[in-house]
Design a protein around this ligand. Structure first.
Ligand code: MN
Length: 294
């Protein structure tokens, strides 16, 4: 299933070029206490509710996918986890480019030595919302990344059980302002975590370690890679992250980028594609306050 969120917080199933509106499924979720527990209630129940979602999809109205605004498939992740230098060629590129090196702090250190990092949950947007450039005099770079959406809560998850905790996959754009400040500051600006175009469940995607992907800016390919070249693969990343943090349904792991990162400016259009997940277009704009609802 390809599950999307669109327009005014509606939920849809993507079938080819159309979206089937399955928003009525939200009526089956339990009402949340105060405070709401961590974790996305729909994603937490997706496996159990899947048959109902699919049967709803087959009798609900169709919308052409080009006629809707695609939002992030996860509205309120409790956290967005980033991975530094998970592709050798990008780690080398980072060491050679002074502007990137500042951020990467790679200097020959392994991923395990560098550790993971967090992006603010409030940075998340969907492809149709686009990226807003808040500091036009500084360099903002794109990083296209396979993004894992957690489906089941867990801590200290063994790697050989890790994929059981995956709700699905999406394309992530880990946007960053270059500069001397802490990475978590520069990667957490509003709109600097793009997730989309939808959540593709594991049966759609198969092995997350064999996906080709690319990102183009204004039609020119900048990044082209394969998840085969990841240093730490998806199961090991989930296991490792869960030694530090409890992972909740809806949490996002952006698994690192390949070589070819580069700057974008307002007016640019990024196109990102991941084999067996999908493709999305994301416009870069001058800064404007984010829309309510993210
Ligand atoms: Mn990244």
């Amino acid at each position: 299933v390809r599950l999307c969120r669109f327009d005014d917080d509606r939920v849809g199933v993507v079938q080819g070029d159309v979206i089937r509106d399955v928003s009525s499924i939200l009526g089956r979720l339990p009402s949340a206490p105060h405070p709401a527990p961590w974790g996305d209630p729909l994603i937490a129940r997706l496996q159990r509710m899947r048959a109902a979602v699919e049967s709803l999809a087959n009798r609900s109205r169709m919308r052409p996918i080009d006629a809707v605004r695609l939002l992030s498939p996860v509205a309120r992740p409790s956290k967005i986890i980033g991975v530094p230098g998970n592709y050798h060629a990008h780690a080398r590129e980072a060491e050679q480019d002074a502007a990137v090196r500042q951020y990467a702090a790679a200097s020959g250190r392994s991923i395990e030595e560098q550790g993971l990092f967090l992006k603010a949950s409030t940075a998340i947007v969907g492809p149709s919302e686009g990226v807003s450039i808040k500091f036009p005099n500084r360099r903002t770079d794109h990083e296209v990344e396979l993004s894992v959406v957690i489906g089941r809560q867990g801590v200290d998850i063994p790697a050989d059980r890790a994929l059981e905790h995956v709700a699905g996959y999406a394309i992530g754009l880990d946007m960053v302002v270059r500069g001397p400040e802490d990475r978590s500051l520069r990667k957490s600006l509003d709109t600097y975590a793009v997730l989309g175009p939808w959540l593709a469940t594991p049966d759609e995607v198969g092995d997350p370690g064999s996906l080709d992907f690319e990102l183009a800016v204004n039609g020119v390919v900048r990044q082209r890679g394969s998840t085969r070249d990841m240093i730490l693969d998806v199961p090991r990343l989930i296991a490792w992250a869960s030694t530090f943090y409890t992972l909740f349904p809806g949490d996002v792991i952006m698994t690192g980028t390949c070589e070819g990162v580069g700057p974008v400016v307002p007016g640019d259009r990024m196109s990102a594609r991941f084999e067996r997940v999908g493709e999305m277009r994301v416009d870069v704009r001058a800064w404007a306050p984010p829309e309510s609802g993210g």
